[in-house]
Design a protein around this ligand. Structure first.
Ligand code: PHE
Length: 447
C-alpha cells in the first residue's frame, strides 16, 4: 500500500505546526506564564524546550522517518522485544487525548457560533458563565458540537496525508497566524491598558522560579509540542528524506513558543483593560474573553475572529491525533485507509460523546466522582505522555543504531560527526531522559 508524504517544505512545516499549535498555546501558556513569573517563566520554558523537548521531538522524527511506518511498527522494526509497546502506548494515548480534545474543539465551535449570532451581546460576565454552565449541563449541545468538530477532522484525514492533512494545514496555519496578528495589533494599540498586560507577561520575576516551575514549564512544553505519543513520530514518517529534520524541529519549537507569546499578548492587555483577574485558569478562554469582547469597540467582529482562531488551533491538533490512530490501524490490519478513517471516526464519536456527557447533568460516565473527561485529561498528561516521552528518547539515544540516528539527524551531508549531532545525541542520551524521569516522578507524587 502506497504511503502518503508531505510534498512541500511549507506543507511539512504547516502540518507539524498544525499539530503543535493548539489550546496549549492559546490558553494554557499565557495563563501559566502569568502565574509563574512572566518573562522568567518564558526563559525557563525556552530552555527546557531546547534541552528536553527538542531531543524528544527529534527522536520521534528520526524513528518515524527512518522506518516510514506507524508508531508501533516503527519500534518493532528497529528493535526486537517489548519496545513496540511504546508505539502502541502512543496510539492509545492519541486516542485518549482526542476523545476529550474533540469536546474542547466542540466548545470553541459553540462559541464561534454564538459569536457569529451575536448571542453574547449585552451579557455580563456572570451571564456568560451561566450560559456556558448550562450548555455543558445540557449535554446535547456539547455532544453535537464535539461530533461536528470530529466530523471535520475526519474528513481531512479521510483525504489522506498530502491531499487532506497537508493541504488543510497549509490553508489554516497561515490564516491562524494572520488572525493572531490582527488580534495582537488590536490588543496592543487599541486597548486602554495594554501596557499593564504586557508588563504582566514580560516583567521577569525571578523569585517565582523554583524547582516546581521548571517542571511546570516542562509539562507544558511537552503537551504544547505534541510529544510523547507518536504524533510527531507519525508525521515524521511523512517527511521526505531530503528535508532537514534538525532545522524543521528547531523551527517548530520556535514557532510554537512564538504563538504562545503572541497569544499572551492578545489576552493580557484585554484582561487588564477590562479589570479582570489575570490568573483565572481554565475559565479565562471561554468565560472571560466573550465578556471582554462585549466591552471592546468592534468586539463582535473580534470575538468571531478570536473563536475562529481557537477553532483552527484545535482542529489541526485533532487531525494529528486522529492520524496517529488511522495510520496504525490501516497499516497493522491492512485495511484501506478510507475505511479505517471512517471506523476510527465512528469509534471516536462514541468515546468523545461519553466524555462530553460526563460533564452534563445526570452523572453519566463519572468514575468515582471524576468525569471521564477529566480522567482522560489527567491520565494522558500526567502518566501517558511522560512515560511515552521517556521511553521514546531513551530508545532513540540508546537502542536505535547510532548510524541510523545520525543519518536522520544530519541527512548524511557531513562525513565526520558534526558538533550539533554530538550535542543532540548527548541531550538524547542523558539530559532529556533524566529530566523527563524527574517530571514523571514529580507528577505521580514521588518527589
Ligand atoms: N500540542 C497541542 C496543543 O498545544 C495538543 C496536542 C497534544 C496535540 C498531543 C497533539 C498531540 O494544544
Amino acid at each position: 500500500m502506497a504511503r502518503g508524504e508531505f510534498n512541500s517544505r511549507i506543507g511539512t512545516f504547516a502540518a507539524v505546526a498544525g499539530s503543535v499549535v493548539g489550546l496549549g498555546n492559546l490558553w494554557r501558556f499565557p495563563y501559566l506564564a502569568g502565574e509563574n513569573g512572566g518573562f522568567a517563566f518564558l526563559l525557563v520554558y525556552v530552555c527546557v524546550s531546547l534541552l528536553v523537548s527538542l531531543p524528544v521531538m527529534l527522536s520521534e522524527f528520526s524513528i518515524g522517518r527512518s522506518q516510514q511506518c506507524n508508531a508501533m511498527r516503527a519500534f518493532r522494526r528497529i528493535a526486537p522485544g517489548p519496545w513496540y509497546l511504546i508505539g502502541f502506548l502512543g496510539v492509545v494515548t492519541a486516542y485518549v487525548i482526542d476523545s476529550f480534545y474533540m469536546v474542547v474543539g466542540g466548545w470553541s465551535l459553540e462559541f464561534l457560533r454564538a459569536s457569529i449570532m451575536d448571542e453574547f451581546s449585552g451579557k455580563s460576565s456572570e451571564e456568560i458563565k451561566s450560559y456556558f454552565d448550562a450548555f455543558l449541563a445540557g449535554g446535547t449541545g456539547p455532544v453535537l458540537q464535539a461530533l461536528t468538530s470530529l466530523g471535520i477532522a475526519t474528513v481531512v484525514v479521510f483525504f489522506g496525508v498530502s491531499k487532506g492533512i497537508e493541504r488543510f494545514n497549509k490553508l489554516l496555519m497561515p490564516s491562524l497566524f494572520v488572525l493572531l496578528l490582527i488580534l495582537v495589533y488590536n490588543s496592543l494599540f487599541c486597548l486602554p491598558k495594554s501596557s499593564e498586560g504586557i508588563e504582566f507577561l514580560f516583567k521577569p520575576d525571578f523569585e517565582k522560579i523554583e524547582f516546581h516551575t521548571v517542571l511546570t514549564a516542562m509539562g507544558q512544553s511537552f503537551f504544547s509540542l505534541s510529544l510523547g505519543m507518536g504524533a510527531m513520530l507519525t508525521y515524521g514518517s511523512y517527511i521526505r528524506p531530503d528535508r532537514n529534520l534538525t532545522k524543521t524541529a528547531l523551527g517548530i519549537v520556535g514557532f510554537d513558543s512564538m504563538v504562545a507569546i503572541l497569544s499572551g499578548m492578545v489576552i493580557f492587555p484585554a484582561v487588564f483593560s477590562f479589570g479582570i483577574e489575570p490568573t483565572q485558569g481554565p475559565t479565562l478562554l471561554f468565560n472571560t474573553m466573550p465578556n471582554i469582547f462585549q466591552q471592546m469597540t468592534g468586539g463582535h467582529a473580534f470575538s468571531i475572529l478570536f473563536f475562529l482562531l481557537v477553532y483552527f488551533a484545535a482542529v489541526t491538533s485533532q487531525v494529528s491525533l486522529l492520524e496517529v490512530v488511522v495510520a496504525f490501524a490501516s497499516e497493522e490490519f491492512r485495511i484501506a485507509r478510507w475505511k479505517v478513517t471512517l471506523g476510527v471516526g465512528l469509534t471516536m464519536a462514541l468515546t468523545g460523546t461519553m466524555c462530553a456527557l460526563s460533564q452534563a447533568e445526570g452523572g453519566l460516565f463519572v468514575i468515582n466522582g471524576t468525569p471521564l473527561f477529566d480522567l482522560f485529561d489527567s491520565m494522558s498528561s500526567n502518566y501517558m505522555l511522560p512515560i511515552g516521552g521517556f521511553f521514546i528518547v531513551l530508545f532513540a539515544g540508546w537502542i536505535m543504531p547510532s548510524r541510523v540516528l545520525r543519518s536522520q539527524l544530519t541527512n548524511n551531508v557531513d562525513e565526520k560527526r558534526p558538533i550539533y549531532y554530538i550535542v543532540l545525541r548527548f541531550l538524547m542520551r542523558y539530559v532529556s531522559p533524566a529530566f523527563v524521569a524527574i517530571m514523571f516522578l514529580n507528577l505521580v507524587g514521588f518527589i
